[in-house]
Structures are given as C-alpha cells and as structure tokens.
Design a protein around this ligand. Sequence first.
Ligand SMILES: C[S@@+](CC[C@H](N)C(=O)[O-])C[C@H]1O[C@@H](n2cnc3c(N)ncnc32)[C@H](O)[C@@H]1O
Length: 200
Amino acid sequence: MTDKPFSEYADRNAAPILEVLRDEFSAASSVIEIGSGTGQHAARFAAALTHLQWQTSDLPENHDGINAWVRSLGLDNLLPPLTLDVRIASLPGESYDAAFSANTAHIMSIGSVEKMFSLLGCTLKEGGVFCLYGPFRQAGEFNTQSNAGFHESLRSRDPAMGIRDLESLDQFGVANGMVRLRLYAMPANNHIAVWKKASA
Ligand SMILES: C[S@@+](CC[C@H](N)C(=O)[O-])C[C@H]1O[C@@H](n2cnc3c(N)ncnc32)[C@H](O)[C@@H]1O
C-alpha cells in the first residue's frame, strides 16, 4: 500500500485557502479539482466542507498517492482521482458547481492553461466558480523579487513553465464564458483568483 505523500508547502497553505473556499464554495455541492498533486488539499478541504462532493483528478503518476489519502480518510464526499490531463481531457458539460486548482498554471504550458479554462468553461454549470491558487504577474510586473526569481528558476527547468499574467488568464476566462469576480491576496506572495461562469 502507498504511504500518503506529504508536502510541507501544501500543508502550510491549506488553512488560508480553506478560508477562501468556505465563502466561494458555500453555495456549491460539487467541485472538480485539477492537478490534485499529493491529495492533501482534497483531503483537508473535503473533510472541512462536508456539503461538497470533492472530485480529485490528476495525471496517472499521482493517483497512488491521492488514492492513499482517499482510502485513509474514508470520506463519502472525497472521490478517487479521475485521470485528467488538461491537454486531452474532456468532461461532461454543465456537471460541476465549482472548480479548484492550486499551483498548476505555472507548471503547465500556457497552451495547457488555456485548455484548462476551456475544459472548465464547458463542465461548470452556469454560475459555477473556479478558484485558482498560485503566484501571478499583474500588469507585466511580478509582485515580489522572490516571484521574479521563482519565474526564472521555472524557465530554466523548462521554458514552457512560468508565472502567468493574470490578464492572459482573464482572456482565457472570457473566451470560455467566465469573468473574474475577485482576487484574494494570500500568504507568501500568492493569490486566489475567482472566475464565475456567466449565464449563457
Ligand atoms: C506543483 S503541482 C501542484 C499540486 C497541488 N495542487 C498542490 O498545490 O500541492 C502541479 C500539479 O499539476 C499537475 N499537472 C501538470 N500538468 C498537467 C496537465 N497537463 N493536466 C493535469 N494536471 C497537470 C501535476 O501532475 C501536479 O499534480
């Protein structure tokens, strides 16, 4: 049996993210998470937000770890991972009230980020919200020197990675029927951006 993977970083940011999700997902009953990673966020948020069915997903290499969290908690509202690569995935239309993703936009290529918005624009119900956590650039500026350095380190690892311009993400949102409602400043120079799927 796989041990539960543990990330200090995901453990630290879970509490402040949860406070935002409590508000943003208060009226939702189902959420799709893109790039569940270790599965820690899903475990923590599903345990706290019991009104939500939390659907995990990720590339297959992360499934054993996510399943280890799902099995060990045994929660009715925490679902085993879907195999979901945003580059090729499709999801049923109008199926979820909410979507969540953390620290994925700077890891995926910009084309994949665009696909993530297109996927969510299709699978969210009208009025559904998408909360995306991570570092962003705004008006062409990094909010701190450390995020500028992080961007450079990502680029040297893989030129397709990098901190994204919030304005580009807003454009992907609009192209897929979603408008940004809010931007929360979070600890450690991160943000949560919230888009809402508008009525058709
Ligand atoms: C930095 S990790 C973040 C994991 C977790 N959300 C967290 O905050 O700890 C990036 C995640 O994005 C996922 N990912 C990368 N490319 C992806 C793709 N094309 N489709 C779906 N997920 C992808 C990775 O597998 C990984 O779980």
